[in-house]
Structure formats: structure tokens, C-alpha cells
Design a protein around this ligand. Structure first.
Ligand SMILES: Nc1ncnc2c1ncn2[C@@H]1O[C@H](COP(=O)(O)OP(=O)(O)O)[C@@H](O)[C@H]1O
Ligand SMILES: [Mg+2]
Length: 341
């Protein structure tokens, strides 16, 4: 598209496959997933629980837990003008990247914080570990500033608080401050608000948006909530049962959703952009991925499924300038491509 800014990639996930080798069988959790995260954007992965969002995000620092294994694919990290494949790095090299260059905020703030230590100690520790500060004394000083940055009132006092002395929203702010403590290039936030009540959710999202703007952060935001997508993201990838079914800029996705799964997700939430009034849920559930459905993995739940959808995996089709969909409905209505943006 003319006039479009040249975008610089930070992370390129290419043709990724992740399987879990369980006693019950091989769980084909992620298959043929490719996407790019550009510097300075908030990129969103959305899909129902069990679709593979967390597993995909964990490949970015190569921490897929056993019995999971990355069986194929690349995660290219553009590191100061150099391209490194995260999957090929040694544990030692990865330690320098995890928590420092690529930081991760997990869903449950309680699990990220140790109940036995004051929060200042825990924030300082992440900085000491990575050599961002020389000792705990300096780390505590920095922790106070970080708590201020995430808008925790009275940070000089709160830095000495134990996690249980803080509210859920404040604990999540502490976790965010830990994520930011080493000034990462990429912040991965995995459902950062799902454990919080609605008003606190909005505050934490506001904070993330403000921090992103102020620090020029690149963010990978993971959510099952299309409302959060609309509020936070520039581009979105929709994940269904381990496949990316659609990628588009956020306003394009809300105005012209193409994949029947995306349409279903949008019908299931109050849509702030199109104001569809009637809420519906998508019938059925995410399938068992030991024996995933043949052809298009969404076909058992899809109102438009045909014999072809049951038999053959659909190609990825470019239906607009930055809009890609993996669905037979659009065959012949755009160019078939190997990889989305
Ligand atoms: N430790 C594990 N063992 C077996 N399967 C797993 C494991 N962790 C995740 N999976 C499978 O990977 C798929 C994706 O899970 P996940 O990434 O956690 O989904 P989401 O974050 O979208 O809710 C699921 O089908 C799940 O069953
Ligand atoms: Mg998850």
C-alpha cells in the first residue's frame, strides 16, 4: 500500500510445529504457524483457551515445557542488526535473552511472585541476575522508581511489602515492573488481566498502553478477549487449534472479519467497532489435538464447511493489503501465499 511506513521486523516465526509427547499420544499443539512482530507494535494472539497461544509465546524464548518439543520451524530474532534463530541458541545464550531482552508476564501474578520475599527484593533480583544493577542496594532504589512507573502509590513503602499485602491489581503491576526492569526489546504479556476484576483490568491495560507509548516497547499481547484486542493492538493473529486462521490490522479485522472462526469470536463479545448487538457463542469446543480434525481444523464447528474442508487443509490467502486468511471460502478471491506478514 502506498504511503505505508517501512516496518522493521523484531521477531519472525516461521513454519513452527510444537508437539507434546504424552502417554495418551502425540498432541499436535502447534502446526505450521508463521507470523512477524514488527518493532514498536502491539501484536496480538487471540483465540479460545486451548488454542495454543501460550505454547506459541513460549517458543519465542524456547521454554516449551516437557513433554513438549519444537519439532520444526524457526524463531528469528532481529538482535541489534543480527538475525539469530532462538531455537538454535545454547541455554547460556538464551539466559541472556530471557527476562532481559524478551520479558514475559504470565497470566497469574501470584504464581510469578514468591510469597516469602518482599516485592522490592524480587524486582531487584531480576536486575541483579542480568547485571542491570551491581547489587541489591542499587536494585532496591531502581525498584522504587519502577513501582512509581507502574503507578503504585507510595512506592517507598510498597517496595517493602510482601505479595499478600498487595491487591491483585497491584501484584500484577509489580509483575509488569519486573518485566520492564531490564528494559526489554519485547514484552510478552500472556493474558495479563484475566485474573483481575473488570475495573482493575481496564487500569492495567491503560498502564500497558501508556508504558508502550512512553518506552517505545514492542508488545506481544495474548488474550481470549476480542474487547482487549480492540483496545490494545495494531495487528492481530487469530489462532484456532494450533493453526493461525487469520492475520490482519485490528480495524480491518473488526470491520471485515473473513474466517468463520473470527466471525464467531466477534459475535461472542460486544463489538466496540461494529456494535453487533446480539451475542452468540460458537457451537462446539476446541478439538483434542491428539487426533485433530482432518483438513481445516475448524470444519466440525464451521457453518460453511464443505466436503473439501473436511478433506484438505486450506491455503493461506491474501485477501487485502495486510490481511490473510486460511479458509477455502476465499480460494480464488486472493493470492495464495506461503507466509503472512
Ligand atoms: N504439558 C502439556 N502436555 C500436553 N499437552 C499440552 C501441554 N501444554 C499444552 N498442551 C496442549 O497444547 C495446546 C495449547 O495449549 P495452550 O498454549 O496452553 O493454549 P492457550 O494458551 O491458547 O489456552 C492444548 O491443546 C493443550 O492440550
Ligand atoms: Mg494460555
Amino acid at each position: 500500500m502506498s504511503g505505508e511506513v517501512q516496518r522493521e521486523p523484531l521477531i519472525e516465526v516461521e513454519n513452527l510445529y510444537v508437539y507434546f509427547y504424552t502417554y495418551a499420544g502425540v498432541v499436535k499443539a502447534i502446526e505450521d504457524v508463521s507470523f512477524t512482530i514488527y518493532k514498536g507494535e502491539t501484536f496480538c494472539l487471540v483465540g479460545e483457551t486451548g488454542c495454543g497461544k501460550t505454547v506459541v509465546s513460549r517458543t519465542l524464548t524456547n521454554i516449551v515445557p516437557p513433554p513438549g518439543r519444537i519439532v520444526k520451524g524457526k524463531v528469528i530474532y532481529h538482535r541489534d542488526g543480527e538475525e539469530v534463530n532462538i531455537i538454535k541458541l545454547s541455554e547460556e545464550e538464551l539466559r541472556n535473552i530471557r527476562g532481559r531482552e524478551i520479558a514475559y508476564i504470565i497470566q497469574d501474578p501470584s504464581a510469578a511472585l514468591d510469597p516469602l520475599y518482599v516485592v522490592g527484593y524480587q524486582i531487584a533480583e531480576t536486575m541483579v541476575d542480568h547485571g542491570t544493577v551491581k547489587d541489591f542496594k542499587e536494585g532496591f532504589g531502581r525498584a522504587v522508581r519502577l513501582l512509581k512507573e507502574v503507578l503504585i502509590p507510595d512506592p517507598e513503602r510498597r517496595v517493602k511489602a510482601y505479595p499478600h499485602e498487595l491487591s491483585g491489581g497491584m501484584r500484577q503491576r509489580v509483575v509488569i515492573s519486573m518485566g520492564l526492569s531490564n528494559e526489554p526489546k519485547l514484552l510478552i504479556a500472556d493474558e495479563p488481566t484475566s485474573y483481575l476484576d473488570v475495573t482493575v483490568q481496564a487500569q492495567v491495560l491503560d498502564l500497558l498502553r501508556e508504558l508502550k507509548r512512553k518506552k517505545g516497547l514492542t508488545v506481544l499481547l495474548i488474550t481470549h478477549d476480542m474487547g482487549v484486542v480492540a483496545e490494545m493492538c495494531e495487528r492481530v493473529a487469530v489462532l484456532y487449534a494450533g493453526n493461525i486462521v487469520e492475520v490482519a490490522p485490528v480495524d480491518e479485522l473488526f470491520k471485515r472479519p473473513k474466517h468463520p472462526y473470527t466471525v464467531g469470536l466477534l459475535r461472542a463479545v460486544p463489538n466496540p467497532l461494529t456494535e453487533i448487538e446480539k451475542l452468540e457463542s460458537i457451537p462446539g469446543t476446541v478439538p483434542n489435538l491428539i487426533k485433530p480434525p482432518s483438513g481445516c481444523r475448524f470444519h466440525p464447528r464451521c457453518p460453511h464447511a464443505t466436503e473439501k474442508c473436511r478433506r484438505e487443509k486450506p491455503p493461506l490467502i491474501r485477501v487485502g493489503p495486510s490481511h490473510y486468511v486460511r479458509c477455502w471460502l476465499y480460494a480464488g478471491r486472493g493470492e495464495e501465499v506461503a507466509k503472512s506478514e
